[in-house]
Design a binder for this molecule. Sequence first.
Ligand SMILES: *Cc1c(COP(=O)(O)O)cnc(C)c1O
Length: 463
Amino acid sequence: MGAMPEATRPAAVPRSFATAQVQAGFVSGVAENTAVPSIHQSNGFEFASLSEARDLFALRKDGNIYSRAANPTVLVFERRVAELEGGIGAAGVASGQAAVAVALLALAKQGEHIVAARQLYGGTVDLLQDTFADWGIEVTFVDQDDVAAWEAAVRPTTRALFAESISNPIAQVLDLGAVAAVARRAGVPLVIDNTVATPYLQRAKDFGADIVVHSATKFLGGHGTSLGGVVVDLGTFDFTAEPERWPQLTQTYPRVPDGSLVERFGATASPYIALVKTKYVHDLGPSLSAFNAFQLLQGLETLDLRMQRHSASALAVAEFLTTHPAVARVHHPGLASSPWHANAQTYLPDGASSVFAFDLHATGDAEADFRLVEDVISRLQVVRLVANIGDARSLVAHPASMTHSHMSPAQLAEAHISPTTVRLSIGLEDPRDIVDDLRRALDGAAVAPSDDAERQLAESSSR
Ligand SMILES: *Cc1c(COP(=O)(O)O)cnc(C)c1O
């Protein structure tokens, strides 16, 4: 049983984003007078008396029991992200994968249904179409741009709509307002994975999202050092409007005395986050460690500065790539040529983050295409071959052989991923060095297809 989940404490004075990302959630001088949050590396917490222990276990008193359920360093992280997203409460967890899992499990159980975008992070696709299927939770995947398909997929048993605000590798920007309208008509919450956008570039709440999840591993932490995830309740969805749909929140909850979670927490905190913590994190155990929460807090303090640099550098790199003869296409929503440019202008006015892709000219031969991409990647010296995004370092990946390698050719085509699609996550280095690095690599490799063609010609004529 966990300590009571808490609402974010409102600041004494209104806080702007930049102030909140540095200060929210931390009150100095409470336990000790450190100026920054401490790493509370303790599994358990000592009770003053057995009576106090009894009150804590009954969630009648607010405090720490055991770090799987609640930890003071993790609590600072939760309050800070909740404030940045404009939410009423958050649950920090061990990874983005855990955040997606517990966020959706708290909404949909066996026999119920989720409508999800087809354009999702690969691990999320695995979770929804494989593991959730094993558990009898049905998922319908729709093209995220097809509002009619979202609408048509809704059933009486639907309990959530799920999508990413910016999907990778090709940076499709969701028409969040349109999907939120479908969710409202369906009477279910819209859950948004806001990993790539971050609350600095997009507050999903402003466009109708109800719950936000993050892989904090990526831009929130920002330095490629720590796995983490977070679920934020934006406080916009009314679970009491149709209480029979949400018995887990509106009916007696045996783990907490004094009635349902809505009765217990509805006035002061998030009943939904209470369920996530006291049931799913408690039972399955994907807790965020104090050390990782500390690292993620360090990252959050510079989120606005980093996202400005990430976004500006990525757009500069994308613009350069459109000029290179070895490049067939650049998928960046900041470019006027992108099908998602209008959505980016509506939803991402301050920048489109730094994860995007480009295609090299394909040869039509799978092995030759792979060699071409390998040749370009092997020439890169600043941009590193790493399966991660949202790092201070610039990273490159080849979706067809790495992150999306288990997808069928049809699924790849639907996701606009070609055999020569190259994904970039632009870091914080000097953008001129990143552009020069890509130019060198592409210049060097530009001769490769004709070399291959000549070799093939020589081979066939010698046969
Ligand atoms: C990486 C990622 C995840 C999974 O996060 P982990 O921290 O790796 O578990 C989920 N969603 C998106 C959009 C991601 O990029």
